[in-house]
Design a protein around this ligand. Structure first.
Ligand code: HEC
Ligand code: HEC
Ligand code: HEC
Ligand code: HEC
Ligand code: HEC
Ligand code: HEC
Length: 265
């Protein structure tokens, strides 16, 4: 079997059963790897011990690492997800982050081969490889499209103060939260990874259908027009009439915007 097939087969049980219980908390797996990856033999990975993933055995993501260990460190490149197809990388993360992966697989970032590792280094305590509150991470690639504040303002139709009031913060519109911390079972605070803005009408439709109303790109819980930003007028996401009104403003700003589906559960 080729390498791609072997990785896919090894991950199959996880993709269908969700988060694996075996392996997590097996500190053994971490110690085995760090016996070499401590700066003396392989690349120093000791910072992993202070990361959010510290409870997870290295081999949970580095599928097939047994042979690497048994051979005393040969063939490390084979088990490095940076060398895999984008879909294989995403399948590794889907074991535990299915919502993010589902959105990502529909996105232009996936098409453009911008994998999870371009924005996240799972071995570090940092949530993202660069700051997002001030647009730096996004602008590190998108600066060409919007090279200065005037260009960003023309795109967003808002003032530009991403690090202050949050106005024109890329992720505010492009990665709104897709859970409500006040609803039981939704404490995980997943953010949309389709990067498609979610128009206010989506929340109105959810309310009218009797579904859980989720935050959209303009208003929500911990969004902009929900009271979080003092200067911004407040709209109630649970009130369909207010969301329909906000939709009219959205369409006025963005007459060409496609009406995106809400990313699925
Ligand atoms: C016996 C020492 C040893 C052990 C144990 C070991 N490694 Fe390595 N590892 C190395 C050496 C040396 C390299 C660099 C040579 C190479 O890339 O083949 C390496 C390379 C790697 C690479 C590739 C880095 C790159 O630049 O592509 C990864 C990923 C990796 N190791 C992960 C692991 C994981 C996960 C474990 C535990 C399951 C582990 N290693 C256990 C010695 C070790
Ligand atoms: C949650 C999944 C995950 C866990 C757990 C994990 N890694 Fe990784 N690792 C990755 C991914 C994805 C990459 C490729 C992208 C990157 O470099 O961040 C990678 C890359 C690496 C590399 C290549 C060098 C580098 O920094 O890019 C080494 C070496 C490595 N991991 C070792 C380890 C060791 C040792 C452990 C445990 C102490 C570990 N990893 C735990 C996902 C993981
Ligand atoms: C075996 C389960 C597991 C796998 C596989 C896994 N993660 Fe995680 N991840 C976790 C846990 C547990 C947390 C901590 C959750 C929390 O603090 O709420 C986490 C947190 C995160 C966070 C938030 C970090 C922070 O500090 O806020 C990011 C980003 C992340 N993971 C990305 C990834 C990526 C990318 C991959 C694939 C390379 C991956 N994870 C694979 C279990 C996993
Ligand atoms: C590592 C480079 C890189 C980073 C970092 C990055 N992007 Fe992208 N992004 C791309 C590429 C490449 C494309 C596809 C080509 C294009 O549309 O420019 C893209 C496309 C997009 C699209 C277009 C989607 C569509 O359907 O047309 C949006 C929206 C987007 N990115 C938002 C963001 C946001 C928000 C951030 C910050 C969280 C970000 N990007 C960070 C490289 C990047
Ligand atoms: C106030 C909301 C808002 C903010 C803030 C915002 N965008 Fe957008 N963006 C949109 C809307 C709406 C669209 C149109 C989506 C569609 O076509 O359906 C869009 C489209 C895009 C596209 C794809 C279409 C194109 O014009 O190429 C990219 C890439 C993009 N935005 C990146 C960014 C980046 C980078 C930032 C931060 C500097 C940012 N956006 C900030 C609302 C916003
Ligand atoms: C273009 C950059 C980018 C890419 C690519 C990306 N993410 Fe994220 N991700 C982010 C940002 C930005 C946040 C933080 C959003 C916030 O805190 O408001 C985030 C947050 C997360 C979190 C924390 C929980 C949440 O949803 O907020 C997880 C887990 C995560 N991402 C997993 C992934 C996985 C898995 C992939 C690949 C399938 C991926 N991400 C690809 C930018 C990215």
């Amino acid at each position: 079997m080729n390498r791609v097939g072997a990785i896919a087969l090894a991950l199959l049980p996880f993709v269908f059963t969700g988060c694996p219980s075996g392996g997590i908390g097996t500190i053994d797996g971490v110690a085995t790897c760090l016996a070499c990856h401590n700066g003396r033999v392989g690349e120093d990975m000791r910072h992993f011990l202070i990361s959010s993933h510290r409870q997870i055995a290295c081999g949970t993501c580095h599928v097939g690492s047994d042979a690497h260990v048994q051979s005393g460190g040969a063939g490390g490149g084979l088990i490095n997800p940076a060398n895999w197809l984008i879909e294989e990388q995403a399948a590794v993360c889907a074991q535990c982050h299915n919502k993010e992966v589902k959105g990502f697989l529909q996105s232009k970032h996936k098409d453009a081969r911008i994998g999870c590792d371009k924005c996240h280094d799972v071995h570090t305590p940092l949530r993202t490889v660069g700051p997002v509150q001030n647009n730096l991470l996004c602008q590190s690639c998108h600066l060409r499209d919007w090279p200065n504040a005037a260009a960003v303002e023309a795109h967003t139709h808002h003032d530009v103060d991403p690090g202050g009031t949050g106005a024109s913060r890329c992720i505010g519109c492009h990665m709104p939260a897709q859970t409500r911390p006040d609803v039981p079972g939704q404490e995980d605070r997943a953010h949309s990874h389709t990067w498609m803005p979610i128009p206010p009408i989506t929340s109105a439709n959810q309310a009218n259908d009797g579904d859980t109303v989720l935050p959209n790109s303009c208003a929500g819980t911990m969004g902009c027009h929900d009271g979080t930003v003092v200067q911004a007028p407040v709209f109630d996401i649970d009130n369909p009439a207010q969301m329909t009104g906000l939709q009219a403003l959205y369409e006025n700003f963005y007459p060409d915007a496609k009406v995106a589906e809400a990313p699925g559960e």
